[in-house]
Design a binder for this molecule. Structure first.
Ligand code: ADP
Ligand code: MG
Length: 384
């Protein structure tokens, strides 16, 4: 990596791309991908992920703003003159060339030959765990192996940045999970910055050093997986990453009244909970259930309407004053028996697990104090 890079492998600075539709496909985006970083661009279909990636690769030219690679503007620089490679969902391997020749293809074009070529191809085949298959033809390989060949072929030139556009999308779920872990290991080993596009939030959480969440051509939040999950900056991000109970309510500056009946103490003044409509978000794994028999005044109670054993835990749907609340109880060693459908339960959560979003969907803090009379998670329970 050149010293001129000054820390950033790639940057989009105020970048807008219009294809002629009502709204720009990419709308004033600023992104900075650090050297050696696994950076994911995550968002729903059509939000502008591929367009952003193609501008980095030089396949699409921005209407406004600047693309920089290694600190320098690459305006007008064609794809093959950028120190960037791309891995697509369709592996596009050469069917008439062996695994080793596929991987060495780019080197041959760069006039790398003989022992040097063999050494670099073998090294890359070792990185992707295909050393034993160097003589095989692509048709003899599984989908996952073919994708690893495509990856080795893209990495063998040691580009400064690798662009990956939903590369695991064609694989079945189990193989995809395995490849997610492998890809991350490979990325660490080669130390090349990855710009990874996916619409799969779990995939982004699993692999990334940082994630940019996009919607409607705009970047909504850029942060580590933990921060994106625990401190989403907007209601959109809270709902797009993982699952959450988005509970409607309204605030008067001091208290929050939810439609399900819970009264909460609003986040500290000045954090933005105005008078008016708001949404409180609690993740299913943060909801605590206990028997309704020991009701405290102000406690919120409901009825279990669905109970599904999922192995690692049990998910419940609890009807609380016509609001459906999802709950995930982990199947840990102390777990009690599943709560039968029809049981009356107390529903609560710790104040720090409840995020408030204002009427515009902007994060406005956590409830300062618990208003739901959070029940103690009990392990021996008599359901009524
Ligand atoms: P994503 O990869 O997030 O699904 P894209 O970047 O492919 O999103 O597309 C963003 C928007 O731009 C979409 O509305 C899409 O229909 C539009 N778009 C993408 N490519 C083209 C193109 N070549 N011509 C016209 N519109 C396009
Ligand atoms: Mg796309």
């Amino acid at each position: 990596m050149s010293a001129a890079a000054a820390g950033a492998a790639a940057e989009l600075v105020g970048v807008t791309k219009r294809y002629g539709g009502a709204r720009p496909a990419v709308d004033g985006v600023d992104l900075r991908i650090e050297e050696g970083e696994f950076f994911s661009i995550l968002g729903p279909s059509g939000c502008g992920k591929t367009t952003s990636l193609r501008m980095l690769g030089g396949f699409v030219r921005p209407d406004e703003g600047e693309i920089r690679l290694g600190g320098a503007s690459v305006d007008g620089v064609p794809p093959h003159k950028r120190n960037v490679n791309t891995v697509f969902q369709s592996y596009a391997l050469f069917g008439h060339l062996s695994v080793a020749d596929n991987v060495g293809f780019g080197l041959r074009r760069r006039k790398v030959r003989g022992e040097e070529m063999r050494r670099r191809v073998d090294e890359m085949l070792r990185v992707v765990s295909l050393a034993e298959r160097r003589g095989a033809m692509p048709s003899e390989l599984s989908g996952g192996q073919q994708q690893r060949v495509a990856l080795a072929r893209a990495l063998v030139n040691m580009p400064e940045l690798l662009l990956l556009d939903e590369p695991l999308g064609a694989l079945d779920l189990k193989l995809r999970r395995q490849m997610q872990v492998e890809l991350k290991q490979i990325q660490r080993e080669v130390g090349i910055a990855f710009a990874y596009v996916t619409h799969d939030q779990e995939e982004a959480l699993t692999m990334s050093d940082r994630i940019a969440v996009m919607n409607d051509g705009k970047v909504l939040q850029v942060d580590t997986p933990t921060t994106i999950y625990n401190n989403p900056a907007s209601l959109f991000v809270a709902q797009f990453i993982g699952s959450t109970n988005a509970l409607e309510g309204s605030g008067d500056g001091a208290t929050v009244q939810l439609a399900c009946g819970a009264r909460l103490v609003a986040p500290a003044p000045g954090t933005g909970v105005a008078d008016g409509p708001l949404t409180a978000c609690v993740r299913p794994e943060k909801v605590i259930l206990s028997p309704a028999g020991d009701d405290a005044p102000g406690a919120v109670t409901g009825t279990v309407v669905e109970s599904v054993y999922v192995g690692s835990g049990t998910t419940y749907k609890v009807d609380v004053n016509a609001t459906s609340i999802e709950v995930l109880e982990a199947n840990d060693s102390g777990a009690a028996a599943a709560i039968p459908v029809g049981s009356r339960v107390r529903v609560g959560w710790r104040p720090e697990d409840c995020l408030i979003f204002d009427g515009n969907g902007k994060a406005a803090g956590r409830c300062a104090e618990d208003g739901t009379k959070v029940p103690q998670p009990t392990r021996s329970r008599n359901w009524i």
